[in-house]
Design a protein around this ligand. Structure first.
Ligand code: SF4
Length: 170
């Protein structure tokens, strides 16, 4: 892909890398179509509501947005548990950025599904092994963003909910 400047790896890119390499590539090369996506709007609404409930405890460090940081946990709130692996590695990435700033926390993932009362919670921890694996993934992401060809479409069910659906298929 020509033109745009490549963005620095961030939590969103880590998430997209697991969701779809094409999405990661497009977003990383600044082809951002997300603002019009219904899914993204829903996510933002849940996020805003939760942020209010927790009395605006959301904080931001560098290019990452953190939903809630307590003495023990960094909590991330997701709108669905459709891609747990992607959410998990995004949170591990955040934990690692925090650690580099001397803030050691465990991770707590909360999936606030739209029509369900109870949210599902998952815990992650930064171990030597996960940190090593994360570094390998970050390297892979950087390499992917440098490709001179856009990765192929996935042709999967999850494409229907993706912000890039129209770009990929229409
Ligand atoms: S629509 Fe499918 S192939 Fe295209 S970016 Fe989204 S998940 Fe990837």
């Amino acid at each position: 892909m020509t033109g745009g400047e490549i963005v620095k790896v961030n939590g969103t890119l880590v998430n997209y890398y697991f969701h779809c390499k094409r999405q990661c590539y497009l977003f990383g090369n600044r082809l951002n179509l997300e603002d019009n996506s219904e899914e993204v709007k829903i996510g933002k609404a849940i996020h805003e509501q939760k942020a209010q409930e927790s009395k605006n405890t959301e904080i931001a460090i560098e290019n990452i947005r953190l939903d809630k940081l307590s003495g023990e946990y960094l909590t991330e709130i997701k709108k669905s548990d459709a891609d747990v692996e992607a959410s998990k590695w995004q949170l591990i990435y955040y934990l690692s950025v925090l650690k580099s700033k001397g803030i050691i926390r465990k991770g707590r993932l909360e999936f606030a599904e739209k029509n369900k009362k109870d949210s599902k919670v998952l815990y992650v921890e930064l171990t030597e092994e996960t940190e090593k694996q994360l570094q390998a993934y970050l390297q892979e992401i950087e390499e992917l963003l440098e490709w001179d060809k856009i990765p192929e479409c996935l042709n999967k069910q999850k494409c229907k909910k993706c912000a890039y659906y129209e770009y990929c298929y229409i």
